[in-house]
Write a protein that binds this ligand. Structure first.
Ligand SMILES: Cc1ncc(COP(=O)(O)O)c(C=O)c1O
Length: 434
């Protein structure tokens, strides 16, 4: 297959990734919980119950013929840790299986995605960008992206001649006009729900648009995970994850995944980019991730339940001006949430009527909930976007995007819901007194 940039490496097996990342049998996994536990696991030569942490930078060959076979991709095997590792492979296969779970491809057969684990979500996103785009190409995206992704576009891609345009994906006329004005647009990149205002992008609509216009479609699925949302269902070519969040689930390691709709999506320039940029995952982090993913659905069910309790409570609170949460009847995109997500997710944000003063007093008063950025851990994490993740955004732009001074973002944890509510209640009361 020619690389997306048109470069061919016909005799270079290093650019083929599928032997390593495609799980042996996608159809044998019965249920999603089973898949999270057993998916991607291969028996260990030493009968270890769990795949050990393979801490070895390089791998040996039996003889010259075997080395050639592995290098040529004719025999499964490992060469060098930057290219692949058995512990990392289990994580990759589990993620790929989850993203393809129950989905059929264009050929009517079970979809067989493939994944590459990276050292961070940002590393995965950069492999996506550099593996699929070249100077002169452009990205079409939404107004409110994760700050690191936006900065990558502005500070790294833009100076290299890869432009980016933001559009409201609900506005069909604007979409068509954008494409007419910028035929160099090659990749549509979306994040849903977005951060921190929890607005959704209609994946079916974007998928249809991308198919019609023959554009590549990539979705950051970090907030939902494949348990709550499967972008491949809507035709996405690529999915990225910060595995640091719900997939790991315990806040123990940074990581990221780039998942291709098929193994061929990762072949060529994408795998080449990954291997040469050097953002490969550590086997220790992969081990933590694999263990975290075993309980993903259990955790998410509880995360979502707790988030609903908190959202209902906040909605009725007199000091709160607005609550953004897909599980509320007042949520403007409730129908879309039901359509493309299997549950509400557990990220919510709410706006304190008292603005910045109230927000500062609120976070200072928290006793149990953790005041920190990041999300998806077992404990409830609370952040104040205006003074942290969105500090660098011009106030007018920030406020126009709904990131007001009083906006608080919550990654609702797994504690007893009464305890989460009690801490938030007393913290809101503290801001009332200030
Ligand atoms: C939606 C989203 N995408 C990507 C990233 C980047 O991931 P990482 O921090 O693992 O590099 C983050 C980090 O917060 C995120 O929230």
């Amino acid at each position: 297959m020619a690389g997306i940039s048109g470069i061919r490496y016909p005799s270079d097996p290093a650019i083929r990734t599928f032997e390593r990342t495609m799980a042996a049998d996608h159809s044998s996994q019965k249920g999603f919980h089973t898949l999270c536990i057993h998916g991607g696991h291969r028996p260990d030569g030493h009968h270890a119950h769990l795949t050990p942490i393979y801490a070895s930078s390089t791998y040996t060959f039996d003889d010259a013929a075997q080395a050639v076979a592995v290098f040529n991709g004719e025999q499964d095997g490992y060469i060098y840790n930057r290219w692949g590792n058995p512990t990392v492979r289990e994580a990759e296969e589990k993620i790929a299986l989850m993203e393809g779970y129950g989905l059929t491809g264009e050929d009517g057969k079970q979809l067989q995605p493939a994944a590459i684990l990276h050292a961070s979500g940002m590393a995965a996103i950069q492999t996506l960008f550099f593996g699929t785009l070249r100077t002169g190409d452009a990205i079409l995206t939404q107004e409110s992206l994760y700050g690191g992704t936006q900065e990558t576009i502005d500070r790294i891609l833009q100076p290299l001649g890869i432009a980016s345009y933001a559009v409201d994906f609900d506005d069909e006329a604007a979409l068509n006009q954008m494409l007419a004005e910028h035929p160099e647009i090659k990749l549509v990149y979306v994040e849903t729900p977005d951060n921190p205002t929890i607005r959704l992008i209609d994946l079916a609509r974007v998928g249809a648009f991308c198919r019609q216009q023959q554009l590549l479609m990539a979705v950051d699925n970090t907030f939902c995970t494949p348990y709550l949302q499967q972008p491949f269902k809507y035709g996405a070519d690529y999915i990225v994850h910060s595995t640091t969040k719900y997939l790991n689930g315990h806040g123990t390691a940074i990581g990221g995944a780039l998942v291709g709709r098929t193994a061929a999506h990762l072949d060529g320039q994408v795998t080449k980019t990954f291997r040469l940029m050097g953002g490969s995952a550590s086997p220790f982090d992969a081990f933590l991730l694999v263990n975290g993913m075993r309980t993903l659905p259990l955790r998410l069910d509880r995360h979502c339940q707790n988030a609903q309790r908190l959202a209902d409570y906040l909605t009725a609170h007199p000091a709160v001006a607005a609550v953004h949460f897909p599980g509320l009847d007042t949520y403007p995109q409730r129908a879309l949430a039901r359509q493309q997500m299997t549950n509400t997710g557990a990220m919510l944000s709410f706006e304190l009527k008292g603005g910045l003063v109230a927000a500062n007093a609120f976070v200072d008063a928290l006793q149990m909930c953790t005041f920190a950025v990041s999300l998806g851990t077992t404990d409830t994490l609370i952040s104040h976007p205006a003074t942290s993740t969105h500090k660098g955004v011009a106030p007018e732009t920030r406020i126009r995007a709904g990131v007001t001074d009083g906006l608080i973002r919550v990654s609702v944890g797994l504690e007893n819901p009464e305890d989460i509510l009690a801490d938030i209640e007393q913290a809101i009361a503290a801001q009332d007194l200030s």
